[in-house]
Design a protein around this ligand. Structure first.
Ligand code: DIG
Ligand code: MN
Ligand code: MN
Length: 389
C-alpha cells in the first residue's frame, strides 16, 4: 500500500534532496552536495520509487566549468542515472544565484546581463536536452524590483517576452523536442517579482510569438504565498491546455516560501489538488520542489522524500473513496441538478433561446431560500480525510 513506483512519475530536483539547510539566518546544517553525493542519491531515489531527477544547470555543472569539465560531469551523471534507472524529465537554468543577476536576468536593465542570461539559458537548454529533458522551466526569481523608479514594468515585460521569443526560436532552430514551462512567484527573493501568479503567466504566454511552445509550472507554495487557491490556479492552467509541469510542496499562507513536504501544511487543499490532477488525467511529472526541515540530517531528508510520495498516494486513494462515496456523490448531484429544467437556456447562444430566456419568469426568492447542504458535504469530506468514512 502507498508504495511509490516509477509509473507514478514522482520526481525530485537535485536542489531539493540536496538542500543543505542554509537559510537567510543560518548556515548549512547538512553537508554541501558534490557529484559523488548526487550519483549516490540517484540510486537512493530509485530505491524509494522515484521516476526522475530534475536540475538547474549549476546544480550539476559549476558556473565556471570549462566545456570539457561540463562534458565529463554530464557523462558521469548520465551514467549514474542510467545505472539507477532514473531519467531527467525537466531541466532549468539558475538565473538567480550569481551576483550578476542581482537586479534580474532577462529583465535586467543592463544589456550585458540580459545577453549573458540568454547565453546561459541556451547552454542550459543544451544540457537539459542532452540529459533527456522534455520540459524546460523558467522561474524568474530575480526578475523583479524593490525600487520601481529603476525598472519600468512595461519595458520589463517586453524584455521578458523578447527573451522567451528568442529562446523558443533557439530551441526550434536546434530541432529540440522540448517545451517551456514558466513558474510564477509573487515575491522573495525580490520585493516584487514580475508576472507574480500562474494567471499572470497565462496572460503573458498569450503575447509570445509562438504561445504553443510555452506552458506553466505552477507551484503550491508560490500561489499560496499570494493568498490564492492553488487548485483553482491549476484548473485555469488545465483549462488553457497549459499545465506542462507542476511543483508540488506545501505552504502556510502569509509566510516566506516554505517549500514544505507535500501535504505537511494543508491536507484539505492537497486533497483537492490531487483530486483535480487525478480526475482530470494529468499525465505530466509530479515534481516535489520542496526540502526537508532545517532540523533534519540526511536520513531525515530521505524521510522527507518518502513522505512526499506516500502522502500523494494516500490522498490518491482518498480521492477514489470520495468519488465512490454514494452519500457524498448524492449531495454533489443534488447541488448540480437542473430542478427547474432551465438547462436549455444555458446552451450555446441562439436568438430564439435568448428570446425565450428573456420571457422566462424566475422565482428568485424561492431560489434564494434553497439550501445547498454544503456544511454536510464538507463535513463528510473532512470525515473521509480523517479516515472515518
Ligand atoms: C523555485 O520554486 C524554483 C527553482 O527551484 C527552480 O528554478 C524551479 C523548478 O522547479 N522552481
Ligand atoms: Mn518555492
Ligand atoms: Mn518551484
Amino acid at each position: 500500500m502507498y508504495v511509490p513506483r516509477p509509473e507514478h512519475h514522482f520526481t525530485f530536483g537535485m536542489w531539493t534532496y540536496a538542500n543543505a539547510g542554509r537559510d537567510p539566518f543560518g548556515d548549512p546544517v547538512r553537508p554541501l552536495p558534490d557529484l559523488d553525493f548526487h550519483c549516490a542519491a540517484a540510486a537512493k531515489l530509485a530505491e524509494l520509487g522515484a521516476y526522475g531527477v530534475n536540475l538547474h544547470d549549476n546544480d550539476l555543472v559549476p558556473i565556471d566549468a570549462t566545456a570539457a569539465e561540463r562534458d565529463a560531469i554530464a557523462r558521469r551523471y548520465a551514467q549514474a542515472l542510467a545505472d539507477a534507472g532514473l531519467c531527467v524529465p525537466m531541466a532549468t537554468t539558475n538565473l538567480f544565484s550569481h551576483p550578476v543577476f542581482k537586479d534580474g536576468a532577462f529583465t535586467s536593465p543592463v544589456p550585458s546581463v540580459r545577453a549573458y542570461a540568454l547565453q546561459k539559458a541556451m547552454l542550459g537548454i543544451d544540457l537539459g536536452v542532452q540529459l533527456g529533458a522534455k520540459i524546460y522551466v523558467f522561474w524568474g526569481g530575480r526578475e523583479g524590483s524593490e525600487v520601481d523608479a529603476g525598472k519600468d514594468p512595461v519595458d520589463s515585460i517586453k524584455r521578458y517576452r523578447d527573451a522567451f521569443n528568442y529562446l523558443i526560436a533557439y530551441a526550434k532552430d536546434q530541432g529540440y523536442d522540448i517545451k517551456f514551462a514558466l513558474e510564477a512567484k509573487p515575491n522573495e527573493p525580490r520585493g516584487h517579482i514580475f508576472l507574480p501568479t500562474t494567471g499572470a503567466m497565462l496572460g503573458f504566454i498569450a503575447t509570445l510569438d509562438d504561445p504553443t511552445q510555452c506552458g506553466v509550472n505552477p507551484e503550491v507554495a508560490h500561489e499560496t504565498m499570494a493568498g490564492l487557491n492553488f487548485p483553482h490556479a491549476v484548473a485555469q492552467a488545465m483549462d488553457a491546455g497549459k499545465l506542462f509541469h507542476i511543483d508540488l510542496n506545501d505552504q502556510e499562507p502569509g509566510r516566506y516560501d516554505q517549500d514544505f513536504r507535500f501535504g505537511a501544511a494543508n491536507l484539505k487543499s492537497s486533497f483537492f489538488l490531487v483530486k483535480l490532477l487525478e480526475d482530470r488525467g494529468y499525465a505530466g511529472m509530479k515534481h516535489f520542489d520542496a526540502h526537508a526541515y532545517r532540523t533534519e540530517d540526511r536520513d531525515g531528508v530521505w524521510d522527507f522524500c518518502r513522505g512526499c510520495m506516500r502522502t500523494y498516494l494516500i490522498l490518491q486513494e482518498k480521492v477514489a473513496r470520495f468519488n465512490a462515496d454514494a452519500e457524498i456523490q448524492g449531495l454533489i448531484a443534488d447541488l448540480l441538478a437542473d430542478r427547474d429544467q432551465v438547462a436549455g437556456y444555458l446552451a450555446p447562444y441562439s436568438g430564439p433561446q435568448a428570446a425565450a430566456l428573456k420571457a422566462h419568469s424566475f422565482d428568485i426568492d424561492a431560489l434564494g431560500r434553497r439550501g445547498s447542504r454544503l456544511e454536510l458535504l464538507d463535513q463528510l469530506t473532512v470525515e473521509l480525510l480523517l479516515g472515518v468514512r
